[in-house]
Design a protein. Structure first.
Length: 395
């Protein structure tokens, strides 16, 4: 080989090697520039183990998850306060002409409810899980007066620590059952007559509620009526009148005294309304009127009754007598018939028969009282608590 050829061959080889080396260096630089840098973090302390750091992070994350789970569990199951004791109460007391009774009401859910008549136990029943109960006496009610009260004993698991166990009703229901072959006024009757049932506060303060009316269909005595009714006019211990009655549930009522507006009342969901005038009513004969109105204020139904406001001493004595009798939970007895200057205020459970028996010693003399007060008595079977009657004397 000539010298020129050998020199060319060596030069070509050197060039190939140089190009390969250049390409390798270029490719390495390119690969290095494409690598992603790891996220910056605190430098590990000298001698520390990276695996321990990772374990600590895992433990922290686990603790956070556990805290969130515990919070979620707490939100799902909040601590419930103990149930407050519920005082037993009456909703319905109905007595048919045969003396068969239905008594129903409310109490603490699952409580044992005991029904008493003048303090004597006549039966018990267990309230359901909503606190509702119904009691049917084993036999018909005897003629005469009855006074029902309630006691309840909660389920042992529902008794909060440190609270009273037995609860007593705040009201009693006075029931007057007529004698056989007589109506509630004591008159001879060919047809069985119904009983009168009135709920009265045991404290003696507050309105009464008529729960069963003689000779009225059971469906009419239960629930709210279709038109307003004036059921009772009571007195408190100061002699102030308290009006009460029934009306359609939620009805708006305007109350008038001698055609002058004295206020407004609303019937509750059970159809019961009550109203206490802001100003005392002057003694004497008046007319109480209740108008039911619609949303525009138009009168859609009306009820009215004559009413005599007793003088303050008589009214106050009547209120005190009502309170004393109600607190005794034994119904109105004849000692509660306060007669002052020949006048008497009708008390819950009174009838013309009982007033005549107390006044004249003979219940058949009820006609004398009726004739003297017939301007207030539309029906001898229906006299209202709070009415003031004249009691004639002499022959």
């Amino acid at each position: 080989m000539t010298r020129v050829a050998l020199t060319g061959t060596i030069g070509a080889a050197v060039l190939v090697v140089a190009l390969g080396l250049f390409f390798a260096i270029y490719q390495q630089d390119r690969d290095d520039s494409n690598e992603v840098a790891p996220p910056a973090g605190p430098a590990a302390a000298p001698g520390s183990d990276s695996s321990a750091t990772g374990g600590q992070e895992s433990a922290t994350a686990g603790a956070a998850d556990q805290g969130q789970a515990a919070g979620a569990a707490g939100e799902q199951s909040p601590a419930q306060p103990p149930a407050q004791p519920v005082t037993p109460s009456f909703d319905v007391v109905r007595v048919n002409p045969s003396g068969d009774a239905v008594i129903a009401g409310r109490a603490q859910p699952d409580a044992e409810v005991t029904i008493l008549d003048k303090g004597k136990i006549i039966g018990s029943v267990k309230a359901d899980n909503r606190g509702e109960w119904v009691f049917l006496p084993n036999s018909a009610l005897d003629p005469g007066e009855h006074s029902f009260t309630l006691e309840s004993m909660p389920d042992p698991d529902d008794i909060p620590e440190g609270t009273a166990i037995k609860r007593e009703s705040e009201t009693s229901v006075v029931v007057l059952v007529p004698q056989v072959a007589k109506d509630i006024a004591g008159r001879a009757s060919d047809q069985p007559a119904g009983a009168l049932a009135i709920e009265v506060p045991r404290s003696g303060t507050g309105p009464t509620r008529v729960m069963n009316v003689p000779n009225q269909p059971a469906e009419a005595s239960a629930g709210a009526p279709k038109v307003p009714e004036i059921s009772a006019i009571d007195y408190d211990s100061t002699g102030r009148a308290i009006l009460s009655g029934k009306a359609p549930s939620g009805a708006r009522l305007f109350v008038y005294l001698d055609n002058a507006s004295i206020g407004e009342a609303t019937a509750d969901e059970d159809g019961f309304w009550t109203f206490t005038p802001a100003e005392p009513i002057a003694p004497g004969l008046h007319v109480i009127r209740v108008d039911q109105v619609d949303q525009t204020g138009k009168v859609v139904a009306r009820a009215q009754t004559p009413f005599e406001q007793a003088d303050v001493p008589l009214a106050a004595q009547a209120g005190a007598a009502s309170q004393q009798a109600a607190s005794a939970a034994s119904g109105q007895d004849e000692s509660g018939l306060a007669i002052i200057n020949g006048r008497i205020v009708v008390q819950p459970g009174n009838s013309l028969w009982r007033i005549a028996r107390q006044s004249y010693g003979d219940g058949f003399q009820y006609t004398v009282i009726y004739e003297a007060n017939k301007n207030q008595i539309a029906d001898p079977d229906l006299i209202y608590p709070g009415q003031v009657f004249a009691i004639p004397t002499g022959n």
